[in-house]
Ligand binder design. Sequence first.
Ligand code: HEC
Length: 163
Amino acid sequence: MNELLLILAVAMLVNPKGTRDASLDGKFTQAKSVEAPAFTSARPTVGFHDAARLRRGQRVFQQNCAVCHGRLAEGHPDWRKLGMDGKFPPPPLNGTGHDWHHPKAALVQVIKNGSPGGKGNMPAWQGKLSDQEIEGVIAWFQSLWPPEVRTVWARIDRESKRQ
Ligand code: HEC
């Protein structure tokens, strides 16, 4: 009996708030140490992708995505909280949300197919945007990511291809 109490006490010390270790956030704790970048303009940092692709991507983003995700892809301020409709508000795509947890193939999928199972408010863009436009729009929001986020994402993307 005493042993059981001891185990419980230790478990509480290790995880006092009962945080959800199994969640996506828990797996990528690096996210918390990355400073949110201060954006002063929509001008992306060049160097990750070529300039023509970025310009195309920026146009596609401002015409189709900015209405929900924000002009600087900053997302809804309460994107982590369920909205009145029981669905999540649009998250940031500027490297301060979950966007960089997903390998390229997963980003393409969510953009083409929308919210998984149609359960959220992200529309499906398959048939509305070409593959090239989707590539461009991803390149554009990735160009807003801070360099350290890009480095971690590049590793996640590489590892996803090995599995
Ligand atoms: C009508 C509003 C709306 C529009 C327009 C919209 N989105 Fe979304 N998007 C959302 C919502 C809401 C989510 C969260 C999805 C969920 O909870 O299922 C989301 C999620 C995403 C995600 C996944 C992010 C993550 O962290 O997992 C990506 C990537 C994305 N959107 C890209 C885009 C792109 C690119 C466009 C434009 C071509 C776009 N969205 C247009 C509402 C929108």
